[in-house]
Design a protein around this ligand. Structure first.
Ligand code: CO
Length: 222
């Protein structure tokens, strides 16, 4: 008996429960997907895209990696973005980070974890870019929380500056890029207000997102 049998049994129960609610669900979904949203999030097991925004299979296209990083040379992430924008024609790209992100913490403290340190160097670059916003914070947990936020905004900026999104905007395709952050402590998402929907987002949205957001005193960090 496989140690994974419990998962397979749970899958059977789930599939049956879905089928009982809608006998045609899987048949319909097998023919096509037409999600309106692309989610770029952290691989953290506590931040599952579909569940936390209450969406069913077929409703959100998902790419996850450690610390929700968007790098212009990452063929994996770019391919997901290109397929989502050009083929699926999603209307929203959501970059969602989370407080308590271990990847962000490692970048903040310079911890050595192995190969992943090279990936997290991109988050350390965000830290270097925003030293003036991070260094004055004298509580470590708040520094961490703030870097989690700034990392989301910077990765959303990278999405906006990709040729994929720039070309979509140039041809008049409706596409908005959002920056969200999830709290492990209360299960809630907060909007960091990038909401970029055209090439002029740098003037209209980006600086506001960086400066406009202030850490509320009693925000639950984790
Ligand atoms: Co994380």
């Amino acid at each position: 008996m496989s140690k994974l049998n419990p998962l397979l049994n749970q899958n059977l129960a789930w599939a049956e429960a879905v089928r009982q609610q809608d006998a045609q669900f899987f048949k319909k979904l097998s023919k096509q997907q037409s999600p309106k949203y692309l989610w770029i999030g952290c691989s953290d097991s506590r931040v599952p895209a579909n569940q936390i925004v209450g969406l069913a299979p077929g409703e959100i296209f998902v790419h996850r990696n450690i610390a929700n990083v968007v790098v212009h040379a990452d063929l994996n992430c770019l391919s997901v973005l290109q397929f989502a924008v050009d083929v699926l024609k999603v209307e929203h790209v959501i970059v969602c980070g989370h407080y308590g992100c271990g990847g962000v913490q490692a970048a903040l403290t310079g911890a050595r974890l192995g190969l992943v340190d090279n990936w997290l160097r991109h988050v350390a670059d965000v830290l270097d870019k925003h030293r003036a916003r991070i260094d004055p914070i004298d509580i470590d947990s708040l520094k961490h929380a703030r870097l989690c936020e700034l990392n989301v905004i910077e990765q959303a900026l990278n999405v906006c500056q990709s040729t994929i999104v720039q070309d979509a905007w140039d041809r008049g395709q409706e596409l908005t890029v959002h920056s969200w952050i999830y709290s492990l402590l209360d299960g809630r998402i907060r909007d960091l207000n990038l909401n970029a929907d055209g090439r002029d987002f740098l003037r209209r949205n980006y600086e506001d997102a960086l400066d406009g957001f202030r850490l509320p005193e009693r925000l639950p960090y984790a």
